[in-house]
Design a protein around this ligand. Sequence first.
Ligand code: CA
Ligand code: CA
Ligand code: CA
Ligand code: CA
Length: 424
Amino acid sequence: MKEQRRRFTVRKQRFAVLVLTLLLTSVVGCLGEDEGEGSILVSSGNNGETVPEVAWMTSYGGSGEEAHGHFILACEDGGFLQIGETGFIPNSAKLLVVKVNATGELEWKKEFGSKGHNLGNSAIEVGDGYVVVGALDEDSTVIKLNKTTGSTVWSQTHNYGGSDAIEHVVATDTGFAAVGYIDAEDDENTFFTEGKGRLMLLDQDGEQQVDRSLNPHMAHAYRLAVHDRHLFISGLTEGAEDYALVKATLSGEVVWAKTYGGGQADHNFAFDMAEDGSMVLSGHTLSDTENWDTYTVNIDNDGVVLWEATHGNPRGFDARYIHDEVWGLRTTEDGGAVVVAGTGDEYWSYSKCDGVECSDAWRVYVLKFDAVGTLEWEATYGPSQGDWAGEDICITQDGDFVVAVDNGAFGFLKLNTSPEVEAS
Ligand SMILES: [Ca+2]
Ligand SMILES: [Ca+2]
Ligand SMILES: [Ca+2]
Ligand SMILES: [Ca+2]
């Protein structure tokens, strides 16, 4: 189910890839269609801290075999929009967008592209629509959708070079700024393509105005935000060696570029900006860890590190065998951040069960940091049978969380943060 992202982190462990393929075949074979919330296992990794409870879980697939979400948006109407693919690249994937209401019930879903190499990467809400970005047939695409029906208002697809895609977009005074990559060398990997980072400035109708290379600063640009009339762009350096962050003008001139991480691989996939312009980057690291762990960095608006934290293995297995892989985060109103990952073991040579939890079962892994980087709590969520991983997280108008779960479909997992504390 998570084979695309698993393939990424184990790609330098070639034997593990073979093992993984066999493992996935067996895991998929025993997966249920949709786990009811009664069977969701919740565990606290931080010695009995109060962790959010499951309010509800719903999931929706597309027309293809399985579906994999990559991004979730909390919408102004109280509902949620999830973006990803149904089917698998390069032959059977279509871009899939699913809109649910505030209680997780389906409102509409739409698919884009002919079966093949299509990617659904992220979306933003603007006054009169949702703007979805990704790729259709290996070309960068921006699609504006009607909020109520999901019907297409306009769609722009442009070939910027080789296998290219847009990962994220923001609205600007003159239209949109978008980031992504061109010339993917590993074009069947949807997470790190070994391409060349790209910034595209588009007008209000998604027509291209400016197209700038972000090389050599990043091989894959992933997220961006606007602050004080500048763009802040996160991504992965060449070879995914470090987290990359670039400040650029609204016309695309690079002001500064910085990198973060240790001596080994640091893979940045998650980013968000707080109202004061400070930023949180997260992803997973092999620097000074026993195996892939979450690595979260808080950075001020000048690129200076305020705090950094590395955590993993929340269920307490042998850390040498546990992959903790971050895919999304949001900054929180208390000045901290909530980070979402998957945690699990993918080694034949190791398997450990501790009560109801087994290392081989993948779990959604949520970490909550306060304003100074202290881990307030961490928790895992998953079914009694099968695998889940957290792909992204968003914050509701009430301050609760909804996780985009990869359970072979687009899972929407609502987590209630302590309502009794808010009421007092
Ligand atoms: Ca192309
Ligand atoms: Ca590094
Ligand atoms: Ca780990
Ligand atoms: Ca194992």
